[in-house]
Ligand binder design. Sequence first.
Ligand code: HEC
Length: 449
Amino acid sequence: MSFCQSLTTFRVVAALFALTALSLPSNTASAADCTIPSSWFTDGIPDPQDTAVSTNFNSFCKFHTWVWNAFLWSMEEQDGVVRFETFPTQQQTIDESFDPVLAPGIPTLELRAAKDDHAIDSVAQAGTDGLLVAQNMRGVYYSQYITPKMYDQVTGLDWNNAEGLTNAPSDATFNFGNIEYKAAWAVVDDSFSVPGAYTRPAMIPELATVEVNGVPTIVVPADPTYVQVEVALIGLHVVGWINKHSEAIWASFSPIDIAPIVPTDDNGNPTIEPNDPVSTTGTPFYTANTTLADCNQTNLPIQRLNDTTQEFRIATQACQFYAAGTIGGFSTGNGKAIQQLNDSALTVIPDGNIGKGYSEIGAVWSTADKTGVSKVNSTFQDALVGSNVLSNPVIETFTQTQASQHNCFSCHNSLQYQPSNPTIKPLHASMLNLSHFLMQIYEDTYQQE
Ligand code: HEC
């Protein structure tokens, strides 16, 4: 899959790097102090676009506190909708039709990249041929946004079309303070809910089964029927360009305990056998007592859709492979900071706050920018900091343990971008290629010669 232009990853090297090469003062001292400030709920949540620039990011706690700041601000209610939902979509960015004054209507969600008329990989997760099916047998949908300030930079510099992206200088970077999002939504109703999750109505396209070369294939039809359903926010990727980090910090949140965590040793290897159950407790994406061997299976090609009920035949059993997205889990400095912030969220965030039912899965970034050190044409895999094996179990379900795709930078990097369509020319290497929001715009607006 061309989205994933990564080199081979050496998990052990990455882990050693995180443990030894990184000597951050405050993860040895008093990591116990890493909590969400209660002042955020009395004086207001700081604008993360400002704190991205004003913070001196010199400890795990500082990075992860910013991540929580950005998440809670993005989830703040604004006139009955959540703030990030009022932000520009891809189509508005292409059209330059975003109007901050207009309240958003009911959103239309997509199955992955919104490409019509594609076979099953269009209902699949990024980079895989798998699609996540919840325990109610319904598929999971997505939406993507960028902040209005990021929209201003992108449209102002003509990066909202293929020609402008081609002409962008190879040392182009996003402004610090920019944030982009990918949200994952499950269909819910009276008989199936996701505890702690924010819910809202949305329009989704109905799926259909068609025969492709005699093989039943599940597609989003070319001219789909849209139906209104109730959806729950089951995962939110929050990616922010923070001071001295032109690669951005890549963070992910989900409702607390969305998937059981596989017990692993300090090298990241499971300490249970394939036939052992991962947990005796079920979740909306995991049946109690499912074995490790049955976790995170795509179930293709035996998956089927009932076109009438829109229910799939086989539910996905989602398990989270690495606690805190880190080899070594919660016992590492990075893992401790995440756990302490997540614990503090339970007590500090007031009841009724939409962000309250969520926890941080993890966040990954790279070493600070230094003059003269180019981050262009990099997979970042030899210089990851933080959650070096970060996947969200309900967004990157199937790639969690694939060494070439097991963290955000495996797919989001600054290499030359090669679309899967061979008639589209590759886009030259730059830091802009980190954003698949822009890479999709590149493909969608590419003019054939
Ligand atoms: C297997 C490849 C892959 C991995 C791993 C991956 N992504 Fe993505 N990501 C994509 C693709 C492809 C898109 C474009 C939308 C789509 O097709 O779903 C995307 C879209 C996004 C977006 C929307 C804006 C943008 O940059 O395009 C965000 C935000 C995002 N991903 C964050 C993350 C985070 C955080 C992680 C790690 C927890 C991650 N991704 C891991 C492939 C990947």
